[in-house]
Design a protein around this ligand. Structure first.
Ligand code: ADE
Length: 228
């Protein structure tokens, strides 16, 4: 998969994409991420990318021209399955959206800043708008990093069997069961006996029950809503 990210703050995306599983995905050639500095596409003096909003009001708006030039430059090199705009008024990211996007070949992600982008960019270029939750970040970069991580780890071959995404919370509409490691006893705090029993079928039953119980207590909405 190839992901192109457009931003005025490429530095914000460097670290999240250069460690751990995201770096491994790129090293293995399974994921290619390129970050593009929007200012490089500005035709204006001082590489300006934002301007006052028509009608007045506080806050600057990202201008059409640099964004259009950048998007069209990228489109000349490949066809994109989705052009995604990170915005708090988009569809809230969930596992189902991450699963669907992980099946695509080429994605472009535009990170908003200031008051957001000129609406005409959304009308004429953007095919999907994604929020990572009902709160406002200073810009779309951290949200884009979350999205790339959620997608990247699902690409076949990125995770090994032990970390397989199939067993993640949400994949089967259940939260994950509790997990333990050594020591089996610490300050009198015991690991549940069943996990030390070696009875694999019973351990799987126990895990399923725990996952169900945890989901009922913490996220009953996941059990009610068949679309989650
Ligand atoms: N940009 C600012 N806030 C955001 C959010 N919650 N999700 C996605 N992009 C954003």
């Amino acid at each position: 998969m190839r992901i192109d990210i457009i931003t005025v703050l490429p530095e914000l995306l460097e670290s999240p994409l250069q460690h751990s599983i995201m770096q491994r995905a790129q090293d293995k050639g399974l994921l290619e991420v390129e970050v593009h500095q929007l200012r490089d596409y500005s035709p204006f003096k001082h590489k300006q990318v934002d301007d006052y909003q028509f009608g007045g009001g506080a806050g600057m708006v990202m201008m059409l021209e640099p964004v259009v030039r950048c998007i069209e430059h990228l489109q000349q090199q490949r066809a994109y399955d989705e052009i995604i705009y990170m915005t708090p008024d988009g569809d809230t990211l969930n596992q189902s959206i991450a699963n669907q996007l992980s099946l695509q070949g080429n994605l472009m992600i535009l990170c908003g800043h200031y008051k957001g982008v000129d609406e005409r960019i959304r009308e004429h270029f953007i095919t999907k708008e994604i929020s990572i939750g009902d709160y406002v970040l200073s810009g779309g970069e951290l949200a884009a990093a979350v999205l790339v991580d959620a997608i990247g780890r699902l690409l076949p071959g990125v995770l090994n069997d032990e970390t397989s995404a199939l067993f993640d919370s949400f994949q089967d509409k259940l939260l994950s069961p509790p997990v333990y490691t050594r020591p089996a006893e610490y300050r009198g705090w015991q690991v549940p006996d069943i996990l030390l029993s070696g009875q694999h079928a019973k351990i799987e039953d126990w895990r399923y029950e725990q996952a169900l119980e945890r989901t009922r207590k913490r996220r009953p909405d996941l059990l009610d809503n068949e679309d989650v």
